[in-house]
Design a protein around this ligand. Sequence first.
Ligand SMILES: NC(=O)c1ccc[n+]([C@@H]2O[C@H](COP(=O)([O-])OP(=O)(O)OC[C@H]3O[C@@H](n4cnc5c(N)ncnc54)[C@H](OP(=O)(O)O)[C@@H]3O)[C@@H](O)[C@H]2O)c1
Length: 265
Amino acid sequence: METAAESLVETDGPDSPRVAVVTGAGSGIGRAVAVELLAAGWSVALAGRRLETLEETAALAPLKEGAPLCVRTDVTSPEDVAALFGAVRERFGRLDLLFNNAGTFGPGGVPVEELPYDAWRHVVDTNLNGAFLCAQAAFRQMKEQDPRGGRIINNGSIAAHAPRPNSVAYTATKHALTGLTKSLSLDGRPYRIAVGQIDIGNAATDMTERMQSGILQANGELASEPVMDVADVARTVRHMAELPLEANVQFATVLATNMPYIGRG
Ligand SMILES: NC(=O)c1ccc[n+]([C@@H]2O[C@H](COP(=O)([O-])OP(=O)(O)OC[C@H]3O[C@@H](n4cnc5c(N)ncnc54)[C@H](OP(=O)(O)O)[C@@H]3O)[C@@H](O)[C@H]2O)c1
């Protein structure tokens, strides 16, 4: 005879125990998503390179399922990533969601012919290699755990569809994330691992401050662009996260309604 607790674990409903890792949780979109999940009763591990900002995020959230786990993590380091997922396993025993969010724009505005190789590598290491390492660790955990499965949401960008001028490293890595999402999504099928991607345009964070002050357009002009509230991104990610594993938002594009993209400017 199954106990009430066991029957809960086997459900995908809102009362199931749900454990998430959010990378880049100390600011911007990662912070907003972490707070949104914590407020909805998720157990959350917050990862990023600065413990202080992770602790600030933790302090913003109402306590429902106990204090979030803050783990100083550089996603470009295989050792750090292994330690993060080991700590999650030790504290929570399983993993239901990875929000693969840590990222950098790199040195924006530098023409391709002047971009130092180190700068290129830093962006590739953070946005692509870091996302791969975290997804691989999540995949291993989700495949082995009982009940099996989980969800990975990669944070792409409008740059996964169309570049801004002088953004070769950022744009190339965000296009590559789409390949990562598709491949993991296919490889996750046998293990009940759902993989999707959110492509965001102009959420108001530190990264997009210059959108409002004036940013280079394809026609060479500087223009300020509309931004949207980061809370609207967080609600979208929570919706994707809380679907049953039999349903998946494969790609979601969420952008400031009037930003230049759909009209080719
Ligand atoms: N804001 C937008 O409109 C927008 C649009 C499209 C895509 N995105 C994507 O959304 C994600 C978050 O961006 P944001 O706008 O919230 O900007 P942000 O505030 O600059 O967030 C970036 C986060 O990534 C973390 N991070 C950077 N390098 C890291 C590393 N090596 N290891 C671990 N964490 C690292 C940073 O924390 P630490 O410095 O403490 O490590 C920071 O918390 C990025 O992937 C970005 O490309 C944003």
